[in-house]
Design a binder for this molecule. Sequence first.
Ligand SMILES: [Zn+2]
Length: 138
Amino acid sequence: MPLAPDRQLARLRARCAKHAAELAKVGFMLKGTVKQRMLPCGSPGCRCHGDPPQLHGPYWQWTSKVRGKTVSRMLREHQARRYQEWIANWKRFDKIAEAMHELSARADALLRSQEQATRTHEVRSRHRPQPRKSAARR
Ligand SMILES: [Zn+2]
């Protein structure tokens, strides 16, 4: 048997609160990715420019998009570990926020259907501005 709307709403609210508590535990966050890369250097005669090229590395590199631009930075190993941890925090945050958004959408649907039910009891002759049909269709 399905739960009453109020119970459903209370359940959604409780789940949302649980997620919010999880969010509060997330620390520093960073967007982007950390990868190990092999790279050529700047000296023309180096083996990294040979055939086949023997690249240097591996190096840790962080890459991210900042205001639409790709930004990258070379990292030391301990920095790479820190970046990976902060990136994992961002992903956790993002996942939790997405779950909260989903619960909110369900709560909204519930509330709207409740509001729809009460509206049928209202007098419908009240004057209310109506959106122009031609404008609403576009
Ligand atoms: Zn080189």
